[in-house]
Design a protein around this ligand. Structure first.
Ligand SMILES: Cc1ncc(COP(=O)(O)O)c(C=O)c1O
Length: 367
């Protein structure tokens, strides 16, 4: 189906960026600079500056960023890492892939890790906390940092959905020992394929991840540990460097769209809006997630009106038998799974399109 309002719109974004993107790709190809070349270094500098940290390391995906960060922080078999189930499975999978055990806590009304539940989940084996800054909003980092300090735990931030968001003036990714980003095409900053990065102020973590992403290669012929192939492609880095110039403008547009949605949808009693930035927060609205009565009917109706929406985790991850997470009882996570729905939220959305979405939601609820 061609949607009147698509959830992502790579084609329209490309129309605007076509010339600089083609120039960048063509330069990389004609110079034959493919793996760990200048564009990757430039991107790492851009990212570190944007997040306000010392180091950034480009890797192949957000999942690898998380996995390699956990490994670099010494997380492995026998360790427990506290995180949430209201996330993309990659957060939990990255823990499992290190051989460690994920321990899940519930979320608060803001869809984010409920810091009040962390202490109860800590055992002798707990080594780290992985807060997930979902939907472009940073978790309650003061409380999380306090607990991490008290129990000497590492914080590895899953900031894959929160590039540019901040809490008390500090950007997502800059709170923990490592912050992890995804540049999957639909992200706020999206590559033309998979890509990711780790940011850190810790030199040891920086050096470990640089080794891990390239099979432990220290110099051309010298290997100092076992690693993987997880380098950010130079061609993707070149694309991301072009797109970086637009990021502030794109984030502003997302915030504007969020305000438009909130103004209209706030009048509908069947709809619960997402939390909005308070004095401590600057949210970037990677997603615009509402809670809606008769969610499945609403989704079907919007599809009929050619509006594309997404329901993330309709089956909560702790209810998926094969993932072996069913020992965790997460009432809020499970409850939210039954009524959350993500509305289109991309900078390319026109005012007319967003008015159309809101009109259709009003019509569905007879308002
Ligand atoms: C919260 C969260 N964590 C981790 C990831 C994994 O990133 P990637 O898809 O680049 O591996 C994503 C990406 O979708 C994400 O949204």
């Amino acid at each position: 189906m061609t949607y009147k309002v698509p959830f992502v719109n790579y084609k329209d974004q490309y129309k605007v960026l076509k010339i600089p993107i083609q120039k960048a790709i063509s330069r990389v190809l004609s110079e034959g600079q493919l793996i760990l070349r200048e564009d990757v270094l430039e991107f790492e500098k851009n990212l570190a500056k944007f997040v306000d940290v010392k180091y950034a390391i480009g890797v192949a995906s957000g999942t690898d960023a998380l996995m390699l960060s956990l490994r670099a922080a010494g997380i492995g078999p026998g360790a427990e890492v506290i995180t949430v189930a209201h996330t993309f499975l990659a957060s939990i999978a990255s823990i499992v892939h290190t051989g460690a055990t994920p321990v899940l806590v519930d979320i608060g009304d803001d869809y984010l890790m409920d810091a009040r539940l962390i202490e109860k989940a800590i055992t002798k084996r707990t080594k780290a906390i992985m807060p997930v800054h979902l939907n472009g909003r940073v978790c309650e980092m003061d409380a999380i940092i306090k607990i991490a300090k008290k129990y000497r735990l590492s914080i590895i931030e899953d900031a894959c959905q929160a590039l540019g968001a901040s809490f008390k003036g500090k950007r997502a990714g800059s709170f923990g020992i490592a912050g992890c980003f995804s540049f999957y095409p639909a992200k706020i900053l999206g590559a033309y394929g998979d890509a990711g990065a780790v940011v850190t102020n810790n030199k040891r973590i920086y050096e470990r991840i640089r080794l891990y992403r390239d099979h432990g290669r220290k110099t051309k012929d010298k290997f100092v540990c076992y690693g993987v192939t997880s380098r950010l492609d130079n061609i993707q880095a070149a694309v991301l460097n072009v797109k970086f110039k637009y990021i502030n403008q794109w984030i502003l547009r997302r915030k504007m769209l969020a305000r438009l949605y909130a103004k209209e949808l706030g009048k509908i009693k069947e709809v619960t809006l997402p939390p909005f930035p308070d004095k401590n927060r600057d949210d970037v609205f990677q997603n615009f997630v509402i809670r809606a009565k008769r969610r499945d009917e609403l989704k079907a109706y919007l599809t009929e009106q050619r509006i594309e929406t997404i329901v993330s985790n309709p089956i909560p991850l702790n209810k998926q038998k094969e993932l072996k997470l069913s020992q965790f009882s997460l009432p809020k996570t499970e409850n939210f799974a039954s009524d959350v729905i993500s509305l289109p939220m991309i900078p390319e959305l026109t005012d007319r399109q967003i008015q159309y979405v809101m009109k259709q939601i009003r019509t569905f609820y007879h308002i």
